[in-house]
Every structure is written in structure tokens, then in C-alpha cells.
Design a protein around this ligand. Structure first.
Ligand code: GLP
Length: 241
């Protein structure tokens, strides 16, 4: 693991966006692994800026998102497909046919997950994977106790994750308790990983990921095994290291 600590989340996000831009400059057909949540939004903003300034071209790129809620349509404002369209895809020249998000409405989610793995492999694997981290150390929707070699599958979310994400759902609105997520084994196969974490509320998970034991209790600790994982932090997220 390489740990990069920046003064604030803006500098950290710019660092991550530049790493993605560099990847695309070196290999225009790159396969990007993308994440949702509030953490990567500034990085996507920076990527859009780099695209508008002519530094990065997505025309030959493709992407795979980490996860999607089960039971939400792509048009639902809380679905991760919708998030990606709003936050990134609608603002850059990526061909939407080349963007992949697990299908939250598939009637056979087990098959949909195995097809997702096949599709990643058919694209030659992920070149660079962007990750956030949950307060309980989850990556994607791989909650604590997820198998360290797990593959894309349907998972039940923990109470702490549904509580943390309830801020995005209205009072009385259906909030999914199941999600389709790449597995930890799937994530570890990405050739390069960029995990971003900002704010004091992530500092405990960050410390456990970096300084704790390799353990299914902290899914992100599996990144200790990855040969090219960069952890990009602001000062607050790094405060317990
Ligand atoms: C969500 C997502 C993760 C994300 C994490 C943190 O549940 N499935 O991919 O990294 O929780 O979210 P945030 O960046 O909003 O703190």
C-alpha cells in the first residue's frame, strides 16, 4: 500500500483525478472501475474539468461500477446508475454503451452477478479501480465478514450501512436492504487501486485498513495484499495513523 496524505479533500481528489487521467493517456482503451458515494464526487468533478480542458479523452474507455442497490431502477434518483450519469457520464465523452453498472432490477440477480464477472473478464479486467470506504471498513458493498476472495454477488447490507445511507432516502421511502456488489476477490484483480477517504468519520476505518490485521472484519484490509494500491487521504481521515 502506498499512503498519500493531502491537506484537504480537494487536493486529494485532484491527485486521484490526475492518476485516472494519466492512466487514460497511457492507455486510451482503459477499463475504469468506478465507485459511488459522496467520496468520489470531487474526483469526478476534477475529471470533468480535465476532460473539458482537453487533457483526457474517454471515447475509447469503458467502465464497471462496483455495486448497485437491488430493487432500484436505473432512473431512480438513489440508484447508482443514476448517480453515475449525473456525476460523471453525462458530462464526458464516454459511450454509455461502454459503461456498466450491475442490474438492480434483474429477476435473476445471481445470474446477473455471474454475467457481470464474465463481462469484466471479456473486457480484459479492470485497469484502475476507484474505491471509497464505509465507516465499518466496507468496500463496494462488501460488509464486514465478507469473504476475502468473494466474487460479484448479492449481499444484505448491515444496519450501520443502511443507517449511514438513509440520509439519501426520503421519510417512508423504500430503502433497499440488498445490493449487487463486486466481491473483494474481484476488486483485488484490478491492476491498480485508488482508495479515497476523507473526514474524521473515516479515520477509524482507515487506521484499521492500514495498520490492523488482514481480516474479513475490515474488508478494506484486503488491500494490504494488493501490489499497487494507493490510499489517498485528507488530514482528518489520516489523523489516527
Ligand atoms: C456506500 C458505497 C461504497 C462507499 C461507501 C462510503 O455504501 N457502497 O462504495 O464507498 O458507502 O460512502 P461515502 O463515500 O458516502 O462515505
Amino acid at each position: 500500500m502506498r499512503i498519500v496524505i493531502k491537506e484537504n479533500r480537494y487536493e486529494a481528489s485532484a491527485f486521484a483525478a490526475e492518476a485516472i487521467a494519466l492512466q487514460l493517456q497511457q492507455k486510451p482503451t482503459s477499463v475504469l472501475g468506478l465507485a459511488t458515494g459522496s467520496t468520489p464526487t470531487l474526483c469526478y468533478e476534477q475529471l470533468i474539468r480535465l476532460y473539458k480542458e482537453g487533457y483526457v479523452d474517454f471515447s475509447q474507455a469503458s467502465s464497471f461500477n462496483l455495486d448497485e442497490y437491488h430493487g432500484l431502477s436505473p432512473e431512480h434518483p438513489q440508484s447508482y446508475r443514476y448517480f453515475m450519469q449525473q456525476q460523471l457520464f453525462d458530462h464526458i465523452n464516454i459511450d454509455v454503451k461502454n459503461t456498466h453498472v450491475p442490474d438492480g432490477l434483474n429477476e435473476n440477480p445471481i445470474q446477473a452477478c455471474s454475467d457481470y464477472e464474465d463481462e469484466i473478464n471479456a473486457h480484459g479486467g479492470i485497469d484502475i479501480q476507484v474505491l471509497g470506504i464505509g465507516r465499518n471498513g466496507h468496500i463496494g458493498f462488501n460488509e464486514p465478514t465478507s469473504g476475502l476472495q468473494s466474487r460479484t454477488r448479492i449481499k444484505t447490507l448491515t444496519q450501520s450501512t443502511t443507517n449511514a445511507n438513509s440520509r439519501f432516502f426520503g421519510n417512508g421511502e423504500f430503502q433497499p436492504e440488498l445490493a449487487l456488489t463486486m466481491g473483494i476477490g474481484t476488486i483485488l484483480e484490478a491492476r491498480k487501486i485508488l482508495l479515497l477517504a476523507f473526514g474524521e468519520e473515516k479515520s477509524q476505518a482507515v487506521q484499521t485498513m492500514i495498520e490492523g490485521a488482514l481480516s474479513a472484519y475490515c474488508p478494506a484490509s484486503a488491500l494490504q495484499l494488493h501490489p499497487d494500491a494507493i490510499i489517498v487521504l485528507d488530514r482528518d481521515a489520516a489523523s489516527r495513523l
